[in-house]
Design a protein around this ligand. Structure first.
Ligand code: F6P
Length: 357
């Protein structure tokens, strides 16, 4: 059985993408007569016809390599059906290039935006298989995405390092961790790194509650505090505001990052010396952890099995420790925020970690 497979990575990169690409390729070459076409730079490459026929050997030596050998780009889902000034009908071009390449299917590795476009293409009649990646872990229907646990390891290492310097200087260290809509990464790394307060988008914070943490620790002779704050964290007042008004208010205050705001307020309200740290894209870089290498390999090889079965319009998932697949139409556009009764959140609370609520 011969199968011609297109493969692309879209959205923000993360560790494990190459391991997953390798998984798809190696298992496909073994399972059937596979021909693989790399689409470069995500959906942009599919729209613009930027592709390359791959040879088996080109999938070697990439298991441990961070980033993506295919390149990636953000092509916002909302604009996929919009014909802009360049007059390019993006959906038409993607369909056209898929046909031109004579693909039997297209494997798309990505996060929420990627899955929305994958579902759109599936509705357009293309044979699509998704693979869920993101350091944010916010894809519905899978217990975990690849890239997440490597980022947890990296963020935890950063918090560990901040601990020693915070303790030496008697400082409050506020570390901002990626995650605009979901606080999974901040929650896990905060718990693993022993943060004293964890602020996530799902739980609007009251700065006075964080002040209490700093003061309570000081009263116990612990003159340093670690606050892990997610990129998308908001306070209780902001939670009542429209997004635009909130952004304008922050701009007026000269706040570009939430960690600046938290550090500034804690300095004012506690008199402590405060510093903030933004690891930013460092969290997305580097070699995948052993866990992510295995998860990516499991997801990739499962995608090859789905191709062999011609089971399209789905994305691979891990549910209760079993690799399985969800229909794209069931998961595309569905957010996966931290549930307030999630066991990790409950454990952190039971440990006395403040969520500022
Ligand atoms: O989705 C992954 C992510 O790293 C988010 O945590 C972050 O908000 C965003 O991407 C940053 O995007 P960019 O790389 O486009 O700045």
């Amino acid at each position: 059985m011969k199968r011609r497979i297109g493969i692309l990575t879209a959205g923000g990169d993360c560790p494990g993408l190459n391991a997953a690409i390798r998984g798809v390729a190696r298992a496909s070459y073994i399972a059937f007569d596979a021909e693989i076409v790399a689409i470069r730079g995500g959906y942009k490459g599919l729209i613009e016809g930027d592709f390359k026929e791959m040879k088996k050997g080109q999938f070697s030596n990439i298991l441990t390599v961070g980033g993506t050998i295919l390149g990636t780009a953000r092509t916002p889902f909302k604009e996929m059906r919009v014909v802009g000034d360049d007059l390019v009908d993006k959906v038409y071009e993607m369909r056209k290039n898929y046909k031109k390449l004579k693909l039997d299917c297209l494997v798309t590795l990505g996060g929420n935006g990627t899955h929305k476009t994958a579902n759109l293409l599936s509705e357009e009649g293309l044979n699509i298989i998704g693979l869920p990646k993101t350091i944010d872990n916010d894809i519905y229907g899978t217990d975990v995405t690849f890239g997440f646990h490597t980022a947890v390891d990296t963020a935890t290492d950063i918090i560990d390092r901040l601990h020693t310097t915070a303790a030496s200087h008697n400082r409050v260290m506020v570390v901002e961790i990626m995650g605009n809509k979901a606080g999974w990464l901040t929650l896990y790394a905060g718990l693993a790194g022993g943060a004293d307060a964890i602020l996530i988008p799902e739980i609007p914070y009251d700065i006075e509650e964080v002040v209490k943490v700093v003061e309570m620790r000081a009263s116990m002779g612990k003159n340093f505090t670690i606050v892990a704050v997610a990129e998308g964290a908001i306070d209780k007042e902001e939670a009542q505001m429209r997004r635009k008004d909130m952004e304008d208010k922050r701009k007026e205050e000269g706040v570009d990052f939430v960690c600046q705001r938290v550090a500034r307020d804690l300095a004012q309200l506690t008199g402590s010396e405060c510093r903030y740290v933004i690891p930013g894209h460092i969290l997305r870089g580097g070699s995948p952890s052993a866990y992510d290498r295995i998860l990516s390999t499991l997801f990739g090889t499962y995608a090859a099995k789905l191709i062999a079965e011609e089971n399209y319009g789905v994305t691979v998932a891990l549910k209760n420790n079993q690799i399985t697949a969800n229909k794209l139409s069931d998961i595309a556009g569905v957010p996966k925020a931290v549930e307030l009764d999630h066991h990790i959140l409950k454990t952190a609370k039971a440990m006395g970690i403040s969520f500022g609520d």
